[in-house]
Ligand binder design. Structure first.
Ligand code: HEM
Length: 438
């Protein structure tokens, strides 16, 4: 099965045209040659940018010299309104402190402890599916937000504050363009639309409510043992200090943003790929039915077909299609001068479909993962010190959601979706499948 890839274009585009495409449909703005090139340079009047596909250079940027390539200020400027000083946007000593406190919450054992909460969200998602035409992106988005509320704060999405938070989050996403021009031009002040500002403010005040209530529960010794309690009570091993309230609000905001939209993108595309490859769909459904008879964390390792499907979906539709870093010191890449301030783009989207790295790069072949292919062009969770702390959590969550849905329903393709890059990899007009009870 060859799943859809947006029509790539060969012609050079003007900056203005590129900018418009970038805002509406970044993936079809990509020239075909970028799926073959080791590197490409883009010149704009304001800065140079380098798309890096060479595995040695990718390793250099992310793993060997990450301090020379901090998060790009341009991208951070656009997200600050919601994320404040969250771990996703900080650099240097502040970022290191935040990771020291956050990482223990996502260790293997903690994920096992959250299995029950994931399972409850997955069963609730399957209960909501009505046979017939299903808006899969909406289903996936609701389900993964439910997982975040249940694992972080031990509340289902139906809870009053949770449902308001989810509504504010959706309003923020609808109002926030893919990229903000003022965030890309150095001297242009960052301006957000009023709707974006209001949604971000509403969202942050709802998160503050959840954090304040949890502080009181921790104080009273009645707090549930979930991710929020773990993160709020973990002291920095170097200073002994825990997060302040406002630091915690910043972190919760990123858990919603980084943890729910990405997982929703993965689930949506995985279900579509399975509907379009019915043989694989049957295999996963058999595994899922066996798993759902006695669900357990250990049982997740008994679903190799589902795991392969998740890996292959992450290769073809990486939820984070591109990552941007900034050269903090002058460099030379493949004989070309990279000045300080240049933007370095690492693209899981291009790497996952690169002609030098994969056989049949555009084909959906989950069984390729049985042969343990080289992973140097596989970066859906990034790599190095800034690797996604939620990777293990997301793989467990993806398998649980896939199992609950595939055990009960058979999905058929209703329309062929066109992938586009919003904050995550989404479908231009949504993903629609026809569902029938098994
Ligand atoms: C399929 C699901 C997911 C994918 C594909 C994914 C992918 C990524 C990627 C590529 C990055 C690096 C971004 C960059 O450096 O520019 C990242 C960072 C991050 N992710 Fe995930 N993620 C997923 C799920 C989650 C979940 C479930 C959580 C937490 C609940 C999470 C929390 C984070 C955080 C906090 C960061 C920032 C880390 C840092 O900068 O040090 N992610 N994720």
């Amino acid at each position: 099965m060859i799943p859809p890839k947006p029509g790539a274009r060969e012609a050079r585009v003007s900056l203005w045209r590129y900018w418009r495409l970038f805002r509406t449909d970044i993936l079809s703005a990509q020239p075909e040659r970028l799926y073959r090139a080791k590197m490409a340079e883009f010149r704009t009047p304001f800065f140079r940018s380098f798309l890096v596909n060479d595995p040695d250079l990718v390793r250099h940027v992310l793993i060997e010299a990450p301090k020379d390539f901090p998060k790009s200020e341009r991208v951070i400027r656009g997200l600050n309104i919601l994320l404040g000083q969250s771990v996703f946007v900080t650099n240097g000593a502040l970022w290191e402190r935040q990771r020291r406190i956050i990482d223990p919450a996502f260790e293997g054992g903690r994920i096992r402890d959250r299995f029950g909460a994931m399972m409850a969200a997955a069963e609730a998602a399957a209960d909501r599916v009505q046979p017939g035409r299903v808006d899969i992106e909406a289903l996936a988005s609701h389900a993964t937000a439910d997982v975040i509320f249940r694992t972080l704060f031990s509340i289902p999405i139906e809870d009053q504050v949770a449902s308001k938070t989810y509504a504010a989050f959706r309003a923020f996403q609808r109002s926030q363009p893919v990229a903000i021009l003022s965030a890309l031009i150095p001297w242009w002040p960052v301006r957000h639309k009023r709707a974006t500002r209001e949604a971000a403010q509403e969202l942050r005040s709802l998160i503050a409510k959840l954090v304040t209530a949890r502080e009181a529960e921790i104080e009273a010794g009645t707090a549930p043992d979930d991710l929020a309690t773990k993160i709020m009570t973990t002291p920095d091993p170097e200073t002994g200090e825990t997060f302040t309230r406002s630091e915690m609000v910043d972190q919760v905001a990123i858990f919603f943003l980084a943890g729910h939209e990405t997982s929703a993108s993965l689930l949506g595309w995985a279900l579509w790929c399975l509907a379009a490859a019915p043989e694989t769909g049957r295999l996963v459904a058999e595994e899922a039915e066996a798993f759902m008879r006695a669900p357990s964390f250990a049982g997740l390792s008994q679903m190799p077909a589902a795991r392969n499907v998740l890996r292959e979906t992450l290769r073809l539709y990486p939820p984070v299609p591109m990552m941007v870093r900034e050269a903090a010191v002058a460099q030379e890449f493949r004989g070309r001068e990279v000045k300080r301030g240049a933007q370095i783009v690492i693209s899981p989207w291009h790497l996952g479909r690169h002609e030098n790295a994969w056989d049949a790069p555009d084909a959906f072949l989950p069984e390729r993962w049985d042969a343990k292919p080289a992973r140097e062009a596989y970066l859906p969770f990034s790599a190095g010190p800034r690797v996604c702390p939620g990777a293990g959590f997301a793989m467990a969550e993806g398998a649980v959601l896939l199992a609950a849905l595939m055990a009960r329903f058979q999905f058929e393709v209703a329309e062929t979706p066109v992938p586009v890059a919003h904050l995550t990899t989404r479908a231009r007009d949504g993903i629609f499948l026809n569902a029938a009870h098994r």
